[in-house]
Ligand binder design. Structure first.
Ligand SMILES: NC(=O)c1ccc[n+]([C@@H]2O[C@H](COP(=O)([O-])OP(=O)(O)OC[C@H]3O[C@@H](n4cnc5c(N)ncnc54)[C@H](OP(=O)(O)O)[C@@H]3O)[C@@H](O)[C@H]2O)c1
Length: 274
């Protein structure tokens, strides 16, 4: 599966739908070799077909459920076996959990699927990754992250609070990754309010999506694709972007001490050296 044509290899999680799929199509049309990671096999196949129809490229597919950390470990093994180098890793998979759910690994679903899983995947691949792009969210403003208590949301569950905490973690993770791995450019971004499958199961979120000024997944993917292509020297390492502009996240997602504590707590949670 090694590419001998000199094209970049881009691995995208959450590529079976929405922003991740739109980004995969865009990147493939620009000539990148894209690798799609998804959870639902049928959606993943349909996404691959869409990439093939639009770009002429047949992408490689990997399946993993981020609610299961062993799936993430298998995914990392599979990617390592297939590729000596991953030019861009796009950590985009994410969802809002409407109910308080505990994963098989013992973590609240949002913090695991949206933060701990990509944290583990990135650490397991870091020696082969050229740059990192993370899909964050303006919803980090609703976050109440406590690295000493990653399951805090389970006690008095509010879906937006749990989701916002996981997105706060995405932005802090990106900043700390840039600090720890100066050779790997890492940036996060807010895609805007986007009409995707996100929150489809919730009447409240679905209503919000109808009344809020939403954008298409293709428009939302523009900043992701830009971050994947921009000269890192022109970007702020670990920075948070919106509409291709550097934005200052809320203070709770811009605190380097909190970012360092989150890294240590996350490493302990997934069983790797912090
Ligand atoms: N839509 C918005 O307004 C908005 C705003 C800010 C940030 N975001 C962020 O944008 C990212 C992409 O979301 P989207 O709007 O494009 O929604 P989407 O259409 O629902 O796509 C979400 C993607 O993440 C995957 N995913 C969800 N849970 C997973 C799990 N447990 N394991 C593995 N993969 C999982 C989905 O796989 P399946 O196909 O198997 O479900 C899908 O590929 C997320 O990180 C979200 O937080 C979205």
């Amino acid at each position: 599966m090694e590419d001998l044509t000199g094209r970049r290899l881009v691995v995208l999680t959450g590529a079976s739908s929405g922003i991740g799929l739109a980004a995969a199509v865009n990147l493939a049309c620009r000539g990148d070799q894209v690798v799609l990671v998804g959870r639902d096999p049928a959606r993943l196949q349909a996404a691959a077909e869409r990439v093939r129809e639009t770009s002429g490229e047949r992408p490689e597919l990997f399946r993993a459920d981020f609610a299961v950390l062993d799936d993430v470990r298998r995914l990392a093994e599979g990617l390592r076996a297939a590729y000596d180098r991953i030019d861009v890793l796009v950590n985009n998979a994410g969802a809002i959990a409407l109910q308080p759910l505990t994963t098989v690994d013992g973590f609240e679903l949002s913090i695991q699927a949206n933060h701990l899983a990509p944290f583990l995947l990135t650490n397991l691949l870091a020696d082969r990754v050229g740059r990192i792009v993370v899909t964050g969210s303006g919803a980090h403003r609703f976050g109440t992250l406590d690295p000493d208590d990653l399951n805090a949301a389970l006690r008095r569950y509010r879906p937006l609070g749990a989701y916002g905490t996981s997105k706060q973690a995405n932005i802090l993770f990106t900043a700390e990754a840039a600090r720890r791995w100066p050779g790997i450019p890492a940036h996060s971004f807010h895609p805007g309010v986007v009409r995707t499958r996100f929150g489809n199961d919730s009447r409240v979120v679905a209503f919000g999506m109808r009344v809020l000024p939403f954008r298409s997944p293709e428009k939302a993917a523009e900043t992701l694709v830009w971050l994947a292509n921009q000269d890192p020297a022109r970007l702020v390492g670990g920075g948070y972007y919106y509409n291709r502009r550097l934005r200052r996240p809320y203070r709770k997602a811009a605190d380097p001490r909190l970012a360092a504590r989150l890294w240590s707590a996350s490493a302990a949670a997934v069983g790797i050296d912090g």
